[in-house]
Design a protein around this ligand. Structure first.
Ligand SMILES: Nc1ncnc2c1ncn2[C@@H]1O[C@H](COP(=O)(O)OP(=O)(O)OP(=O)(O)O)[C@@H](O)[C@H]1O
Length: 270
């Protein structure tokens, strides 16, 4: 078809989900804040149906990478595709495929938990009956039913994580991108969240989560990437990245860390 050289919107490459493309593909991603290069040529492919852990020291670039991956932060260079759909060329299509739990997410705080789910569902284009049914189920499973009429501003940190996760799940995405989903969450709720995520992956979804808890990543994830100083230094199946050691040992080795703390601070408790 001759389009007279004009692009056909919605038909361009990267606008349609592809059958073969990875769940998430970051290529040559780069982001600098003034002179700080936060993310430096990150290449990462998250296979379909995988449970993928992203680990790295504080300030390594995890949040910046994940924010660019889901369309919350514009990269200086590079591309991101979700099931083959370019996040920055076709944001609506890409965002329909992904559920996001950002780190320290700014939630509309003057809404109750129930209202937050209702508005999120309607904004996602779901019909009101479906939103109500799913909200009931999510509030129940995440043990937030008693707090459904409480304003989000009055939620604890763990409750905010849980209502954030509920908003990420509401539209039944194919990919979940979760920045530190277990932070501040009590052990019972953490176990519930783990079960939800495992069921999601068993049903064919893909999960990417960042965490500082190596045991959790080792237990839960089948793939892992280690990022340090804005660069991916290892990526692949957990067994391969561990290389016969614990993930924590491999991590310390890969990021060139030293497990200090035993020296200095002589004034402390003296
Ligand atoms: N908005 C910003 N403005 C300036 N610098 C930023 C901004 N966001 C991140 N940075 C810097 O970019 C680098 C990467 O930060 P990022 O938050 O991505 O790391 P992280 O791996 O998620 O860290 P943590 O594990 O501590 O949460 C850090 O040096 C940080 O100071």
């Amino acid at each position: 078809m001759d389009t007279g050289g004009l692009p056909i919107y919605g038909q361009q490459q990267g606008a349609q989900p592809s059958e073969q493309a990875p769940a998430l593909q970051m290529s040559g991603l780069r982001k600098a804040f003034n002179t700080t290069v936060a993310v430096d040529e990150v290449q990462l492919a998250v296979p379909r149906g995988s449970f993928f852990g992203l680990v790295g020291p504080n300030g390594a670039g995890k949040t910046t990478s994940l924010s660019m991956a889901v369309g919350l932060l514009r990269p200086d260079a590079g591309t991101v595709r979700i099931f083959g759909v370019d996040v920055w060329e076709s944001p609506e299509r890409a965002k329909a495929l992904v559920g996001v739990l950002p780190d320290g997410m700014a939630l509309p705080e003057r809404l109750t938990g129930r209202e937050l789910l209702t508005y999120t569902g309607l904004l996602r284009g779901l019909d009101p009956a479906t939103v109500a049914d799913r909200a009931n189920e999510l509030l129940g499973v995440l043990e937030l039913t008693d707090a459904e009429r409480t304003l989000v501003i009055d939620y604890s940190a763990g409750m905010r994580k849980k209502i954030g996760l509920a908003t990420a799940l509401l539209h039944a995405p194919k990919l979940l991108v979760l920045d530190e989903p277990f932070e501040a969450v009590d052990p019972v709720s953490a176990s519930t969240i783990r079960t939800i995520l495992q069921r999601f992956v068993a049903a064919g979804g893909a999960v990417v989560l960042s965490s500082h808890v190596m045991e959790l990543v080792e237990k839960l994830c089948d793939h892992v990437a280690v990022i340090t100083r804005g660069r991916v230094v290892a990526s692949g199946p957990v067994e391969q990245v561990r290389g016969g050691q614990s993930l924590e040992q491999a991590f310390v080795h890969l990021v060139g860390g030293r497990t200090g703390g035993g020296e200095g601070l002589s004034w402390l408790a003296s």
